[in-house]
Structure formats: structure tokens, C-alpha cells
Design a protein around this ligand. Sequence first.
Ligand code: DQA
Length: 153
Amino acid sequence: MSLGRVPCILVINGPNLNILSIREPSFYGFKTLEQIIDILINQVKKIGIQLQHFQSNCECKLIETIHSAIDRIDFIIINPAAFAHTSIALRDALIGVHIPFIEVHLSNVYSRESFRHSSYLSDKAEGIICGFGAMGYELALSAAVAYLKNQNN
Ligand code: DQA
């Protein structure tokens, strides 16, 4: 990779994902968000890619974090949680910063209530991963690393 700096992937998690492990584990599993992020940090440790993480229950803070990614972040992995189904503002922020992103959902949103079947982000994402629980983040990270390698070779 030849970016002139260490490539950096930003993982963003939206509302209620800070209470993973307690929250509806039949949908979201028993791992805490901290455990999931530790796994991701280990995944990139040896390959010279930096990983940052941000979680908020607040739409405004998520948008401001996306804005602050300009010129710093090369790829975003985002679980927008319920904001996937409601937030045009989050969609506009992601479009506005021109940073490629993957949308992740722990649960298979298509096997759940119909209001979870649509996302304001999906058509702008490089890809979507849902239904694989915490492993979905690892899959997304592998795909993001491959994307960056491909782009910079
Ligand atoms: C979720 C799915 C959303 O519908 C829900 O509102 C969440 C979590 C998931 O990871 O499966 O908060 O994004």
C-alpha cells in the first residue's frame, strides 16, 4: 500500500450497540462490543493497518465522526443499528465524505420485522453483511483490507 501514511479503517457503531451481550442476545449474541473490537484490533495488528472505533447513541455524534474522517480514514465499517432504517442524515454524511463503507448488521434484518428490511445506506455501501453475528465485523474487516490493498497496488 502506498498512501504515504498508515491506512486507517474506522468502525462505527450506532445506538444500543453499547449494551451488546445484555441486549436481546438471541439476535445479537453474547459478546460485548469491547470484545468484538478487540478481535478486530488483533485482526489488523500484523498487517500494518490502523483501526479506530467509535460508538454513540446519538445521531449527531455519528454524523460528526463521519465528517471528521475526511482525509484521515480510508474505509468505514458501520453498523448504523436502527438509524439504518430512519436516517437520511447519516446517508447524506456518508455520501458527503466520499469514503467507501460496508454496512454491517449482526442479525439477519430480512428475517425480522418489515421495518428492518430497508436501509438508507445499503445502496451506497460497497457491500452489506448481515446475519452472521459478531463474525460479520470480521468478514467486513477482511473485505475492507482487501479493498484497500486492491486500491493501492
Ligand atoms: C442491527 C439491526 C437493527 O435493525 C437494529 O435496530 C439494531 C441492530 C443489527 O446489528 O442486527 O440496533 O443493526
